[in-house]
Design a protein around this ligand. Structure first.
Ligand SMILES: NC(=O)c1ccc[n+]([C@@H]2O[C@H](COP(=O)([O-])OP(=O)(O)OC[C@H]3O[C@@H](n4cnc5c(N)ncnc54)[C@H](O)[C@@H]3O)[C@@H](O)[C@H]2O)c1
Ligand SMILES: O=C(O)[C@H](O)COP(=O)(O)O
Length: 546
């Protein structure tokens, strides 16, 4: 049974698939303070939160069983994703599930700001019939500057156009063509400042967007401009905004999100030209059901079939992609395991070259798999696909991946080299259509070996009788040979012999082999996985063993 902790106000209807699932136990808690959450978090395999629960590094230190953190929403800024990654915990979210809710809230806020609806409501409810203080402005024929043309920005612009607004849009990823097609103008931030009557922000909060709207930017805006922020507190510098409103340059602002939540700043709350809501952008029945449904379905997928779609700290691993890449993923982990055994020490550098058909594929997952294969030799279970890159960095190992269209004689080919100082080891491998995985290069020798659990790598002089001597010695030790491959770079020079064996070879056998005249080196190599590679299996290992 997998134990799922749900904090914050998450829709019961949306969680139905988890509640009904025979392999999951769902426990609900309100938004808990850190100290209380720390005491219980160690009992759970998955955690589902909205934005109130702060999933900090300190909390994660107590979360030894946790494998998945699910954000029932978009923004993961309340989750220390780096700390989760370091611990090998998958962080997922539900991008897009609350887009419409946030879009409609933005429009509601813009209209409320233009027509002073909250201020008029308050007075009317207090019994005062005031028809003079609340003259508003129209949206029709006004210019709306949209900063951040992602999912929500795009939907906001679409609806604002139907009000007869001109749209100026800024987003680093917005192309001239997309802007034109959507009937908006791709603009610079400066142009938006100069021309807009309303400006709405729809970016995430990043180092680049923090304080994007500051004193300097506000000074460039058109007098009488109105701001809307339904994205993240801090994109608009609150102090600068208050100053610009107090000076009369900015006419007003509608804020759903704040630098610090819950907001308590009286300069914001008491300003008559600032209207506020308590981070309600995603709070519709529909959006809440959808975000909870999406993360519930994904949690079930992750634990039941190891398929990961919306991970924030992992490339996509949909069933389809997995199936297509499956033979390469298995082979990738195997060559990672073999190359590190050949090097016999920790590497300081890793080089991966993809050739042929692989150049067309998204190989990030394959790269992670290889790195996991390499690192697990020294770090064992502490390395998984989530933290592979992080651990590499922590160990000070550099890596370089190259896509080389030239196919090296195979339809697909991957070559992995690890090195430390002047020492290096290389394995080249391919998946042969109809024949399966093959190791086709070991160091500088061309070979053709099907990866198997027990391998023997021998370097010897290229002279008559070597194969017989090795075969009869292994026979003396009751070690059956499955296959044998020999390769050489020049006649009479050093040659390689790679054998697949039915059982392990111990130090005594290696010693006996190396005492054969003309046999220069013998190394036993072992693979821990030869059947199937299921991405995510190891990430969930602790859970499965409970
Ligand atoms: N108020 C709420 O309850 C609520 C609900 C949902 C989403 N949100 C927030 O709304 C924001 C947008 O969400 P989304 O789903 O549209 O995200 P998205 O990822 O689809 O879009 C974000 C866009 O911002 C752009 N961007 C990033 N940096 C930028 C910069 N410096 N300048 C201009 N554009 C930049 C990106 O290129 C991207 O297109 C996020 O901050 C999200 O957390 C808030
Ligand atoms: O990022 C989001 O999805 C929104 O900010 C919604 O946050 P909430 O789930 O806490 O309402």
């Amino acid at each position: 049974m997998y134990k799922v902790l749900v904090t914050d106000g998450i829709s019961d209807t949306g969680l139905k698939s988890l509640f009904d699932h025979p392999h999951f136990v769902v426990e609900r808690q309100p938004t808990l303070p850190l100290e209380e959450l720390k005491i219980i978090i160690g009992n759970y395999d998955a955690l589902i939160v909205r934005s109130q629960t702060k999933v900090t590094e300190e909390l994660l230190e107590s979360a030894d069983q946790l494998r998945v953190i699910a954000r029932a929403g978009v923004g993961v800024d309340n989750i220390d994703v780096n700390a989760a990654t370091r611990k090998g915990i998958i962080v997922i979210n539900a991008p897009g599930a609350n887009t419409i809710a946030a879009t409609e809230h933005t429009l509601a806020m813009m209209l409320s700001l233009a027509r002073k609806i909250p201020q008029a409501y308050e007075k009317t409810k207090a019994g005062i019939w005031d028809r003079n203080s609340f003259k508003g402005v129209e949206l029709y024929k006004k210019t709306l500057g949209v900063i951040g043309m992602g999912k929500i920005g795009t939907e906001v612009a679409k609806r604002a156009k139907s009000f007869g607004m001109n749209i100026l849009a800024f987003d680093p990823y917005l192309t001239e063509e997309r802007a034109k097609k959507s009937g908006m103008t791709k603009a610079s931030l400066d142009l938006i400042a100069r021309e807009s009557d309303f400006i709405t922000v729809h970016t995430p909060l990043t180092n680049d967007t923090k304080g994007l709207i500051n004193d300097d930017y506000l000074s460039k805006t058109k007098k009488g401009v109105r701001f809307v922020n339904c994205a993240r507190g801090g994109i608009i510098d609150e102090k600068a905004l208050v100053r610009a409103i107090q000076s009369g340059h900015v006419a007003g602002a509608a804020l759903d999100v704040f630098e610090k939540e819950p907001v308590a700043d009286p300069e914001l709350l008491q300003n008559p030209n600032i209207i506020v809501t308590p981070h309600l952008g995603a709070s519709t029945v529909e959006a809440q059901e959808k975000v909870a449904q999406e993360v519930s379905a994904e949690i079930i997928e992750i634990f039941e079939s190891q398929s990961i779609t919306n991970a924030v700290n992992m490339p996509q691993m949909s069933g389809e992609v997995q199936q297509k890449m499956q033979p390469y993923l298995l082979l990738g982990e195997q060559i990672g395991q073999l190359v590190i055994q050949l090097l016999k020490q920790a590497p300081s550098k890793i080089e991966i070259n993809y050739h042929g058909d692989l150049v067309e594929e998204d190989t990030e997952l394959l790269t992670r798999v290889m790195i996991k294969g390499i690192l697990s030799h020294h770090l064992s279970d502490s390395v998984n696909l989530i933290n592979a890159f992080h651990l590499l960095k922590e160990q000070g190992v550099s890596y370089n991946v190259q896509n080389i269209p030239h196919n090296k004689g195979f339809a697909n080919y991957m070559e992995l080299t690890v090195s430390q100082g002047t020492e290096s080891a290389t394995i080249g491998a391919t998946v042969l259509n109809g024949y399966g995985a093959r190791i086709v290069k070991m160091n500088h020798y061309r070979i053709d070996v099907k990866p198997e659990k027990h391998l023997l790598y021998i370097l010897h002089q290229d002279m008559p009788g070597m194969i017989g001597k090795v075969g009869s010695l292994l026979g003396d030790y009751q070690i059956n040979i499955g296959t044998m491959q020999v390769g050489r770079t020049m006649v009479g020079g050093e040659a390689v012999m790679v054998l697949t064996l039915d059982k392990k070879v111990n130090a005594e056998v290696i010693q006996a082999l190396t005492s054969i005249n003309g046999l220069n080196a013998a190394q036993f190599l072992e693979l821990s996985n030869v059947d199937t590679f299921v991405p995510g299996r190891q990430e969930l290992q602790k859970v499965e063993s409970i």
